[in-house]
Design a protein around this ligand. Structure first.
Ligand code: SAM
Length: 188
């Protein structure tokens, strides 16, 4: 069993799962795992890079409703972001979600230094994972977790990111055997 969601959210998630391939959404199993990690860490400030239509964001935000936290989620395409905003509203999480439209690297480059995240989910341009990691590192709290999708499905493109995590003595990490491959790294 994954998780008991309210009726509306269950319906929205099931609907979005029908178009999963068109919007490159994470598999449901990954959603459940991310939701659990946030609750286990009692994460309060989460950043998602790659919103799409909001499917993964719903899993993240529903956990944050329980921890009393907040989700900031970044998406390049305005149309996809609008769909995500509607989905967040329908699922009753829009009050704890800040959607930002634009290029993730630019947004991170100009982010105020005092903005910190204790959980970051990376799921945008696979070749840019290394840049996201470098740019987000100064914005991590002392104890923080990074999760990144498509580590095995896009192995070549994400290799520089995996190498950087591997070299970084501050982090321990593992790649979970979920569809696409989910890397989870923890700095504690
Ligand atoms: C794999 S999809 C995200 C799926 C979403 N996390 C989910 O599971 O529901 C990647 C998204 O990242 C967006 N994206 C790609 N490159 C980006 C960038 N440089 N900055 C912001 N968003 C980007 C794409 O437009 C796309 O919607």
């Amino acid at each position: 069993m994954d998780i008991i969601m309210d009726e509306t959210t269950s319906r929205v998630l099931e609907e979005l799962e029908k178009t999963q391939k068109n919007f490159w959404n994470i598999p449901r199993k990954t959603g459940v795992i991310l939701n659990m990690f946030i609750k286990m860490m009692d994460a309060k400030s989460v950043l998602e890079i790659g919103t799409s239509n909001g499917y993964s964001g719903i899993w993240l935000a529903k956990a944050l409703k329980e921890t009393g936290g907040h989700l900031t989620t970044v998406e390049f395409y305005e149309k996809r972001q609008s769909v995500a905003i509607e989905n967040f509203k329908t699922c009753g999480v829009n009050d704890i979600v800040t959607p930002i439209q634009g290029s993730a690297c630019t947004i991170l480059e100009y982010m105020a230094p005092n903005i910190k995240f204790d959980f970051v989910f990376i799921d945008a341009n696979k070749g840019e994972y290394i840049k996201y990691f470098e740019l987000v590192k100064p914005h991590l709290t002392q104890k923080a977790m990074i999760a990144a999708d498509n580590i095995t499905s896009h192995a070549e493109k994400v290799q520089p990111f995996v190498d950087a995590i591997d070299r970084d003595a501050e982090f321990q990490y593992e790649i979970l055997d979920l569809p696409g491959g989910l890397l989870v790294a923890y700095r504690g």
